[in-house]
Design a protein around this ligand. Structure first.
Ligand code: F6P
Length: 470
């Protein structure tokens, strides 16, 4: 793509920190979006607009310029005050939209003050973007934190091609209607030329919501993975574009000696046991307590597993200021203690619970060494961990157990073992099924999973999204 791209996301693709001497430093960030956008940004000297994630007054201007020179694209920071972070990020984004869009009404807090802050910050992102963008740019806004940024750009007289991609699910109309500010949010989404979702279900939910809640929105035509809609004089598109990973990169790195050695050391700690792996951000949408209960039930029901298997659950700290997240941590520790107290033997700890993030080599070593991945979110936009696990299962022997409520099920559902995470009994049976799965069947399933992910990788995702806007 020749056109310059302006990407807007809540966080910039960097990690800002201070060293022991108080010096500020910037390192490249990681994650799905960074992998997807970096090649496009470098190819046409794009601009990435976002929150640097540090104090509002941190003196990082020069560091951002140096980053730009080195990486070949620019960063435009949107500094946020403590109050903005509290109300816009922790508040409306993560205590209202996040639970609502993940079908978890019980976790939602509806606070007018938080919504006002959300609108103000979305406006701030738009203003910063208007300063750095050019008339021919292609502007791509990402995720629920910035749903209203596009509408604000239009208000500021920006008429570039404008796209939005929602990385999390979009709820059914009946749930969306609970949002007191539903009309304002929905109307602002109609300002985009293209609105992308992860799955057909999300795409359909949005089209139903828009056509039933906004007077005058009509479907013009339906196509294989997108719909053309009209609102007044304007037409725009909504479609589904399942995000993916850089398969070749994960697979090649998993094959390196460094990762193979780290995987070997990791497995040595588990002696002759199979490792069942869970890796998640600490989040109540990930179904971690339900997973622990299913594992407990499997140990109870299938004594053959005793001493032969361990659940290794890595939980990455996240959104630590939101009370529901703190409560979840305490509950998980209590459950892990209960399960270990009940089943441990002097040489066997059935459940290992690690609350920390992993460096890239350790992450790949975990994927590579685990015989089984247990990925059981109650609801998830996509779940890239499932795809990363398969990409790193380079001997083709890993078994993927996947929740039917993860977006990834649309691509991986045929060859993974599917579970309803709320159904503890059947999940326990599925864990046992994976435990005893013969090598031939493991190999057949994993080979097919890997080839599916390889075919529709993240580069394919970017291309297919951009082509729909042309
Ligand atoms: O996928 C949802 C998402 O909120 C992304 O927007 C974000 O990059 C990621 O999860 C991590 O969340 P946070 O920035 O809140 O730590």
């Amino acid at each position: 793509m020749k056109q310059r791209m302006v990407v807007i996301s809540n966080r910039l693709p960097i990690v800002v920190s201070q060293d022991d001497h108080g010096e500020w430093q910037i390192n490249p960030g990681s994650g799905g979006l960074v992998t997807a956008m970096t090649p496009v940004m470098k190819a046409n000297q794009g601009v990435w607009v976002g929150w640097p994630g540090c104090d509002e007054d941190a003196p990082i201007g020069r560091l951002l310029d140096t980053f730009a020179e080195k990486e070949g694209y620019s960063l435009a920071a949107v500094p946020l005050s403590e109050e903005e972070v509290e109300k816009y990020y922790f508040g409306f984004s993560n205590e209202t939209l996040w639970p609502l869009f993940h079908d978890m009404l019980g976790n939602c807090h509806f606070n007018r003050d938080h919504f006002e802050a959300y609108k103000k910050v979305n406006r701030k992102f738009a203003e910063r973007t208007a300063e750095v963008s050019l008339p021919d740019d292609f502007i791509w806004v990402h995720d629920y934190q910035l749903a209203m940024t596009g509408w604000n750009l239009r208000q500021l007289g920006q008429w570039q091609r404008l796209a939005f991609f929602l990385h999390i699910p979009f709820p059914e109309t009946d749930l969306f209607r609970r949002l007191p500010w539903k009309n304002e949010l929905l109307l602002s989404l109609l300002a985009y030329d293209l609105i992308g979702f992860q799955t057909l279900r999300d795409h359909r939910n949005f089209v139903r919501c828009a056509t039933s809640l906004v007077p005058g929105v009509k479907i013009v035509s339906r196509h294989r993975n997108y719909t053309i809609l009209r609102h007044g004089e304007r037409t725009f598109r909504a479609g589904h574009f399942p995000i993916s990973i850089d398969f070749e990169d994960f697979s090649a790195r998993a094959k390196t000696k460094e990762v193979a050695d780290a995987a070997w050391y990791l497995h040595e700690n588990f002696e002759e046991r199979q490792i069942i792996l869970g890796i998640d951000r600490l989040d109540y949408t990930k179904g971690i307590p339900e997973r622990f209960l299913a594992f407990e039930r499997a140990l109870e029901k299938y004594p053959e597993m005793e001493g032969k298997v361990s659940l290794l659950q890595v939980v990455v700290p996240s959104r630590t200021m939101v009370p529901d997240y703190m409560d979840l941590k305490a509950y998980l520790e209590q459950l892990a203690g209960h399960i270990n107290g009940r089943f441990s033997m002097h040489s066997w700890v059935p459940l290992r619970f690690h609350y920390r993030s992993l460096d890239p080599v350790q992450l790949l070593a975990h994927y590579r060494s685990a015989e089984i991945a247990l990925i059981t979110p109650l609801r998830d936009g996509m779940n890239l961990v499932a795809k990363e696990y398969c990409a790193c299962s380079v001997d083709n022997l890993g078994v993927l157990i996947l929740s039917e409520f993860a977006g990834a099920v649309d691509q991986l559902g045929k060859h993974a073992l599917l579970v309803n995470p709320y159904d503890v009994e059947t999940t326990a049976d599925t864990i046992f099924k994976a435990f005893i799965m013969p090598e031939g069947e493991r190999r057949r399933r994993m080979t097919l999973l890997r080839s599916q992910i390889k075919r529709f990788d993240v580069h394919q995702w970017t291309k297919s999204f951009i082509s729909k806007l042309k």
